[in-house]
Design a protein around this ligand. Structure first.
Ligand code: NSS
Length: 432
């Protein structure tokens, strides 16, 4: 049986003059009479294959001449240095088999964004998309590694829920047999319940937000990495975030240089991503915004424009702490030193990027939570179980949620969040 080698392993330790076998898909091809130059890609890289008439059976040569882009192929041949070939090597084919021929490929150079999105099931094969998916996997692996080393247990919270976590406006409602239910906006409340068993927990789940706004940083379905920690205050929560994020970025810098090159992402600025990160109070950020000409009152939430303004000169992520209560959710802990505000923090990525994490210490005072629900006209009934958590051995605790696609967008420097997920869901799109 032929043993196929990955293209990247061939390029990193070339077997010059030896016979090797690869398999993959035709990335580019051109032929001139007696010779075909096909670039073949597999999941690990691309390499040039030269198919010369006379070096292999004629039917195979003819198959190579007519093989179209994205046909899947198996090739055996000898490996040689070739300065002109991408990567500096080529394989001179001794056999060439088309495994699955490809119909004319709908994606050619310079396509409209809409066409690319309609053909997302094919476009994900592109080198850029592939690179982004690898960086995303490495960021998640980096997080899981760090979490494992720091005594966090991964848990699996539900997606069907009966209560909102982040406010009713962005809830997706659905029929659950004869009842109404929602798609989860956040696993937070379930994670809060799980700390009473496991103390330090995390989950990586889809979260759903019926975001009507079309922005380059909102999806309706995104992958949410959420943590919850017993016995940890807001400061401890920020330490966990800065260490975890630094570990995630460090792993990408170490293992994904090639992908960052494919994405033309300058990695220099990412080297500044090292704990500790700066902490600035919301109130100070409002002053900064005023000095930059913004007319924003204390109490207004920060949007993309404000976040860009306050992070454009930062080289590392920065925490904005102590948001006023009116712009955050009811479950956060009031700051006794400044009761207008919560003990919370958003983590903003630098150089204009903006929010990647939202987190807080949680309110442990049952009466305060009930009072806020009443003030905000939120029915208590769906939260019965959540309120119980404050009745049975409540402890100080904190947690946060990191938008996986937000961190991918930042680390890869993508223009739009839709390129941080293989099948983006937005107001305008649920196909393919
Ligand atoms: O709404 S958040 O700010 N906070 C929560 O959901 C908390 N309940 C998390 C927690 O403490 N366990 O969302 C958290 C992060 C936010 O910082 C973004 O990075 C991301 O989730 N996020 C989104 N990403 C993509 N698309 C949309 N629509 C989106 N909304 C939030």
């Amino acid at each position: 049986m032929t043993s196929f080698l990955s293209i990247c392993s061939l390029l990193s330790s070339p077997r010059l003059e030896e016979t090797v076998a690869i398999r993959g898909w035709i990335y580019r091809t051109r032929s001139s009479g007696k010779i075909v130059f096909a670039t073949v890609r597999d999941s690990s890289g691309i390499i040039q294959v030269t198919i010369k008439k006379g070096n292999l059976p004629n039917v195979q040569f003819e198959a190579a001449v007519s093989a179209s882009i994205e046909s899947s192929v198996e090739v055996t041949g000898t490996m040689h240095k070739d300065e002109r070939a991408p990567g500096g090597y080529e394989i001179r084919a001794l056999s060439f088999t088309v495994v699955g021929p490809a119909a004319p490929y709908p994606i050619t150079e310079y396509q409209s964004e809409e066409l690319l999105l309609d053909n997302r099931h094919l476009w994900i094969r592109s080198r850029e998309q592939t690179a982004v998916m690898k960086v995303k996997a490495t960021l998640l692996a980096g997080a899981r590694e760090w979490l494992g080393e720091n005594d966090f247990t991964e848990v699996t919270p539900p997606i069907f829920t009966q209560n909102a976590c982040e406010g009713g406006v962005t809830l997706f409602k659905l029929k659950y047999f004869d009842r109404d239910a929602f798609l989860s906006q956040s696993a937070q409340m379930y994670l809060e319940s799980l700390i009473f068993a496991l103390e330090r927990v995390y989950s990586i789940t889809p979260s759903f937000r019926a975001e009507k706004s079309r922005t380059p940083r909102h999806l309706t379905e995104y992958w949410h990495l959420e943590l919850e920690e017993a016995w940890v205050d807001n400061e401890g929560n920020m330490r966990i975030q800065e260490e975890m994020v630094s570990a995630m970025v460090a792993k990408v810098l170490k293992e994904r240089k090639e992908e960052m090159e494919i994405l033309k992402r300058d990695i220099e600025p990412l080297k500044a991503v090292q704990a500790p990160f700066k902490r600035v109070r919301y109130e100070k950020m409002i002053d900064l915004l005023h000095s930059k000409g913004f007319d924003i009152p204390f109490g207004a939430d920060l949007g993309a424009v404000e976040e860009r303004a306050i992070t454009e000169e930062e080289v590392a992520p920065v925490f904005v702490t102590n948001f006023p209560k009116e712009c955050k959710a009811f479950y956060m802990k009031e700051d006794p030193d400044d009761p207008r505000t919560y003990k919370c923090a958003d983590l903003l990525a630098p150089l204009g990027f903006g929010e990647i994490i939202g987190g807080s210490e949680r309110e442990t005072d049952l009466n305060k939570i009930i009072q806020r629900l009443e003030e905000q006209n939120i029915p208590q009934d769906p939260y019965r179980w959540y309120l119980d958590l404050r009745r049975y051995g409540s402890v100080p605790h904190s947690g946060f949620g990191l938008g996986t696609e937000r961190i991918v967008k930042w680390v890869c420097n993508l223009d739009h969040i839709r390129d941080a997920i293989p099948y983006p869901r937005t107001v305008a799109r649920v196909y393919p």
